[in-house]
Design a protein around this ligand. Sequence first.
Ligand code: ATP
Ligand code: MG
Length: 385
Amino acid sequence: MEKAIVIRYSEIHLKGKNRGYFEKLLKENIKNSLNGFNYRFTAMHSRYMIDGYDENDEAAIEAKLSKIAGIHTYSRALVMDSTLENIVDAAKEMCKGKTGFFKVATNRADKRFFPHSMEVSEIVGGKLLETYHKDLKVRVKDPDFTVSVDIREDGKTFVYTENIHGIGGMPVGSAGRGMLLISGGIDSPVAGYMMAKRGMKLDAVHYHSFPYTGEAAKEKVIELSRLVGEYNGGIRLHVVPFTHIQETIHEKCHEEYMITMMRRFMMRIAERLAQKRGGQAIVTGESLGQVASQTIESMTSSNSVVKMPVLRPLVAFDKADIIKISREIGAYETSILPYEDCCTVFLPRFPVIRPNLKKVEEMEKALDIDELIGEALANVEIYEL
Ligand code: ATP
Ligand code: MG
């Protein structure tokens, strides 16, 4: 018997005819993510198996798997040829050092295998009790752990005692391409994570207002983008110089419309960059009513300058729920580092809550929008993360 990691995928089985496509994509994503490790990859019926890896790499491989969208659960297992004797040996090995209440659950996909599932469970359970009578007891209802015996179609069996949750969702690349507006805050990395988890391949854009926002603020966004990239098979970050646009708006427009105007520029530039990347959507971390600039009127104002759909996966989330996910994905500690964002530069004392679209469009007539955008786009910095 050999150590292996068994991977089970989620939702993919719902996709009927597309199943092959999703499986292929997930397989590619796993292989890309494990690039650099030595291992063997085997595709089985609705499972993948990874084995033949260096024992010292096991934790690092698991860490990678825990961030791949489309993986439902995975287990550290022992794999062997399907014989009752092997299965008993593997179960004993897996239970070494364990204490408490257990049950055995057998899944017999290989209908040629005898005895039947119930009987396998009884035999394995009996042998475990015999071997570890001091430490283990059976409790079928609510056990401390379950010894799972998974007898596969191809003559192999997996034995494992834990089922680790992956992030679920759909393989990245299966649901189009989007441009994530990423700030240094808590929300936008979470928004990016949620779309990647749903299968959308992301690029990112950050608007940087040097010297109002410094090098450290930029480094923070690079780090947050890298973190989102871990769920996205890497990410391309575009850092767009935003100072001139902001100064121009500040000079020519009403103070209370500062944020409204900025947002419209952010959207226009994001759409242009998305088009260059073959993207179909813009993604932001806005949530309804969280701040003055996130009212439905403000969202309508920023939507109206772009043709692409603007996806706001956090629109109905409370801040506490967003923070919870931020912690789970390991972004929170970085997000709360205290650096300025361009939105806090020239921040009006009383931002308009319900921007009037006519007024906005009137004010924009004083700006050479195409030139400002052209200048910003000519000076984009690109980071492959
Ligand atoms: P976050 O926590 O993501 O910063 P927030 O609650 O602070 O969000 P805002 O600052 O109003 O809200 O920003 C709303 C959204 O606009 C962000 O989630 C992000 O998608 C986008 N955004 C804000 N500032 C920038 C920036 N400097 N570069 C790119 N996108 C930005
Ligand atoms: Mg912010």
